[in-house]
Write a protein that binds this ligand. Sequence first.
Ligand SMILES: [Zn+2]
Length: 79
Amino acid sequence: MFRVDLDSLIVAYLVILLGGLALVWIAAEIFQRGRDKRRRKNFVICSICEHTFEDTSGKELVSCPGCGALNERDAIHEI
Ligand SMILES: [Zn+2]
């Protein structure tokens, strides 16, 4: 059995605790970005009336429910 003084024990505890929190934070960030990317993929902004709607069909041309115009699916960028 090896001897560990109190200072080393506290440092090891803090390293493990902060490392675990960093891993959870990174995993949550990756999950959030994936979810936002999937969500933005389904949203379409009409180029005629600027109506924003969700379309999960996956078609490249989608019809606007507001004015009926056909719109190409583009990626929506955050401002
Ligand atoms: Zn429209």
